[in-house]
Write a protein that binds this ligand. Sequence first.
Ligand code: LLP
Length: 451
Amino acid sequence: MSTQGFESASTSSTSSAAADHLAIANNPGRFGVGVDPETRALTLDGVSLQAIADAVGTPAYLYSASHIAGQLEALKAACAGRPTLICYAVKANSAQPILRLLGNRGAGADIVSGGELERALAAGIPGERIVYSGVGKRSSELDAALAAGVRGIHVESAGELEQLAGRARALGTVAPVALRLNPDIDPDTHPYLATGLRETKFGIPMQGALELALRAARTDGLKLVGLTCHIGSQIMNAKPFLDSLARLRPVIDALAAQGVTLEYLDLGGGLGIPYAPGDEVVDVASFGRQIVDATADLELELVLEPGRFLVGNGGVLLTRVLGHKRNAERAFVIVDAAMNDLVRPALYSAHHTIVPAVLPGEVPLVRADIVGPVCECGDFLARDRPIPWPASGDLLAVLGSGAYAMTMASTYNTRPIAPEVMVSKGRFAITRPRRSVAALIAEESYPDWLV
Ligand code: LLP
């Protein structure tokens, strides 16, 4: 199993950590950041992190428009040989400016809730570029998707197919439906991120898939428009996608033989990114070429649902050192960001590179846990990490925080959600202010019968 991006990785994520700040100084681009050659200050899209911290405070999420747009353009170019719709997986980062930036460049959206539908529409992404995934959907959410004219609703069970047909008939419309199949492919990633294995809750088992697809094609109120799958995340090459395609192809062929032609084939998301300086980087041109070649004979549109690949390394979580302590043999650096701001290390033992916002030169490294103020042992951003020992007040950059950081944030310990800042070519703007504790309290009420 490849565990790139996770602490259990035996080589990549840990061995390179020994001098992360020096590695970043040599190759900042892959993490979406830059380094001022004179001051060694980290920059994002031409603005120093220090300047943003001074204006916005910490913790704060910063996003590089250039990196995100560049990732989309690279993937588009890689797939240019065939009709392809790139539906950005909104769950990775649903910030309005990011949705708008991607939508303006032709991307669609892969959504998993009525809330994400509203966000995508609000950002100007038209219904015909939206696909609706997810293992469970409320009838009200299906109704909203039908009203928005989405491209396809991805159904994951016979029961859901009935539910959708019922809603479409009730509304006097025809629902565009795609079946999400479970190809039972091991995507060679962390177990929590492998969604295309038979034993997970996701998708329709291959056995019986054709029968259900034929039923969908023949049910009043439904139009079968596609087949889809999503086998997992942090996948570094085309192989697992090609394996999924090989499993889905007989179903496409059998449907065609029965006169059912599809509009699209959706191979899901999951393209990975480097989280540590020594990590592999996806060769996106080669990925695209292989997918284009393997689907060349299929007369349908290809849909891809990348999330992390587009935004992951376009984001930095800025945090300040509050202090230090030493317990038993362990050294702790206490920072003002915590598991409520970035839960990935606690939840998946995910590895995020953390470096000072001004990169030191060759300095001794100290092994430390970088922890937040939340009252949980699981509240850490990094464990046993060799770092240049920071002083109180120093600014640190948690890299790779563009995907599944803010969208998984909570207000645990009554810590208001940190602000979001969009940076583009030397300019920056706060695109969502820091929430206030007063606003959190104001949402609540005290019934007068409660004593
Ligand atoms: N499409 C579907 C149906 C999905 O379920 C997902 C992610 C994606 C696309 C986008 O996957 P991506 O390209 O971003 O890998 N919270 C975890 C990741 C969970 C991903 C769930 N599904 C993390 O922080 O790593």
